[in-house]
Design a protein. Sequence first.
Lengths: 95, 387
Amino acid sequence: MPDIRVVLPSVLQPLAGGHSVLISDADGPVTVGSLLDSVTGEYPVLARRLRDETGALRRYVNVYVNGDEVRRLRGLETEVAAGQEVLVIQSVAGG
Amino acid sequence: MGGMTTAESFVLAIGTKKGLWLATSQDRRQWSFSGPHFLMSEIPSIGIDTRAGRTRIMVGVRSEHWGPTVAHSDDLGATWTEPEQGAIAFPEDAGAAVERIWQIYPDAESRPGVVWAGAEPISVWKSTDGGEHFELNRGLWDHPHRSDWGAGYGGAAAHSIVVNPAGDNVHVAMSTGGVYRSLDGGTSWEARNKGISAYFMPDPNPEFGQCVHKIAADAAVDGRLYAQNHHGVYRTDDNGENWESIAEGLPADFGFVMLTHPRREGTAWVVPLKADGERIPPDGKLAVHRTDDAGATWKRLDSGLPEHEYNSVLRDAAAVDSAEPAGVYFGTRGGTVFASADEGETFAEVASHLPDVLCVRSAVIAGAGLNGTSAEAAVPEAAAQGA
């Protein structure tokens, strides 16, 4: 079955059972929002690190689909096709 | 001396811009440190809950990247727990997200398990399970004034919560908005700012909108509270109905800190800063000021403090413990922490070169409160890292 791989930064891997990649089954395109729902379902603490309780991506969490940050696309409504890889990367921030 | 044979010891928690440090002491002079805990997350709020024969340290943790949460430790920081489903989150219909937890306030001895929290955006929360899960206070969240509350430089937050021993009177202070009081344990709220100046507004005496920086209750006099305002130091003797200036005798009426004695009537501490436009100790000379007569007179306390200090002391970066005499602790934005074991008469530096100090809390802990272990044993890395 085709799937979508979500690649996590190392700092978040302990919250995902030690996995660096979370995999979601996908028969067809899914939105980034539903993809995150799917792969973080087992990991509620990880889910909260990525999105706040309104469902919005946290300001300095960037999600890339095909090399494009989703805020430049359709945000959490951006579609991801089966077989694609999604990268979660913390942005350069802080001091 | 081992903790097992010591009747009581002291814990000092220092929340900074880049993590938490914990220290324990038998005499409030020699401290053993552990940390940093939560490296690279800021710790703007700490509550040390010594009720029910247990020492629980609760911390508001906020990562620039990964957001805020509340974690707790029952073993002096050896292990930390973040509830799987999260400790604090707005309900869906509120349409808001917690940005930062500014205050964690364990309630009275008679209400074990009850812990209050103040957060940004301006909101008050209550836990009945020892700080593991907090519920939004709907009365304040749905208050008709809420859309008119503003943001101070540090953000729009409820930063002070004071609950009277009977539990029916709750005072909250927010920046900006001022003081709000509930007479029914938090169900309904009314602004109570009469006498507090909001000089930065067109009407300097509005019903609400004041920038109250910190409030604290007099433990010995029912209905008496003290406030450090954004310019102005005040006292109320009638539960917030009227506030009167008690700034005379201080070198400046600006500042963030307001501390009160755990038991003694009329005793409070402030740390004056020169002005809102000049946020340094007056003349660059850091001093704590204490009143023993409810603000009629103030005594300058600077023994043991540095000759020059240009860093400010933030609203929660100061604390008192419950010992006799009371200990006074505070930290600067320059990362130095000072402690006094004699109510401020003499200070000693207990830590330096830390990140900006955001929150300081201290408590007296009993041997029995450490689950049968000594303070040293419960903080195995303390000696190595603190030396």
